[in-house]
Design a protein around this ligand. Sequence first.
Ligand SMILES: NC(=O)c1ccc[n+]([C@@H]2O[C@H](COP(=O)([O-])OP(=O)(O)OC[C@H]3O[C@@H](n4cnc5c(N)ncnc54)[C@H](OP(=O)(O)O)[C@@H]3O)[C@@H](O)[C@H]2O)c1
Length: 341
Amino acid sequence: MTLPHTMTALVQTADGYVDTATGPHVTDLAPYLEHRDLPVPQPGPGQALIKVHLAAINPSDIHFIKGEYGQPRIKGAPAGFEAVGEVVAGDTPLLGQRVSFYATGSGTWSEYALTDAATLVPCRPDLAEIDAAGLIVNPLTAMAMFGIVTKSETKSMVLTAAGSQLCKLLIALGRDNGVQPIGVIRRAAQAAELRALGAADVIVAADALPLDQVQAVMRDLKPTILLDAVGDQITADLFFAMPKNARWISYGKLSAQSPKLDKMGQLIFQNKSIEGFWLTQWMRQVGKGEIAKAFAEIQARYVDGRWTTDVAGIVPLSAAMTDLPPLLAQPDGKAFIDPRQ
Ligand SMILES: NC(=O)c1ccc[n+]([C@@H]2O[C@H](COP(=O)([O-])OP(=O)(O)OC[C@H]3O[C@@H](n4cnc5c(N)ncnc54)[C@H](OP(=O)(O)O)[C@@H]3O)[C@@H](O)[C@H]2O)c1
């Protein structure tokens, strides 16, 4: 295949980190990105070049372009972590194949992206493009964190931001494996859908926790794992309302609020704990076999309908600077960038 010398991409305009934590919300991309041409990257040893078909946008992408994520920005490099596409060059037997991938060399909000060949995930032919575009960040996190839940032997888990795409995957895993999910949301409109999906209970907490409901559900279902993506005062109050041995596992910081931890004695006298989860770290710790097994199950779950991807919309790369922020502001579903348009 003859490759072009140049491509268009959304390119980062700043390096490194900033010392703020404003959350994954953005109304204007211009302070962080510019849409421009740049050379198609060349794969080095162990790398693969992928022609991007569709890139899924996650909260981590927005944390990243703002300089508030766990790895530094690189000025002049395309943004975007995950996508689906065709392998067009590089050090891999997967040339010509459709793969899901997480870009480590050059980002996915671009016509071409670069990553480690060893991390490519070959896609089943019956896997829909929309599911393949977001096959890694949320699905693998759901599998990994549900592994922690299973290992803990809790019969119930609490999920904050329960209407998120990731929590919908977790609710379905709970439903299918005998772990009762308790969803915490801030918009009552999401409750019926989460119950239909398999949530044993849904707590609507817009400004504060409904304490009577919280106490009743903690007493009845006795959850000892709190999977938290919000990190606000409601999360802290929930954690302190949970039974002894409860673990607050923080994996996201959707709220810019700093919670007050006013019952720290529970960590001493009730064996409670607070910890973090980051997929990048988890992938470094587990074996390749476990990851491959997880991807086989992830693809099977999408193909047979146990999981679905909610789509907010798809924007062409050429219009993303203006059309992406309003799409990201829509309440439900994933946003995608199509670099072929
Ligand atoms: N640590 C890791 O390795 C890892 C991996 C994957 C994902 N994550 C994290 O997982 C989280 C979910 O990702 P996603 O792609 O599933 O997100 P998503 O589909 O975009 O959903 C975000 C959800 O969060 C809710 N939300 C936003 N801000 C909130 C706030 N301040 N208080 C309460 N709820 C709030 C939204 O509720 P409304 O509809 O009411 O706005 C929405 O339901 C993100 O924080 C992401 O960074 C972490």
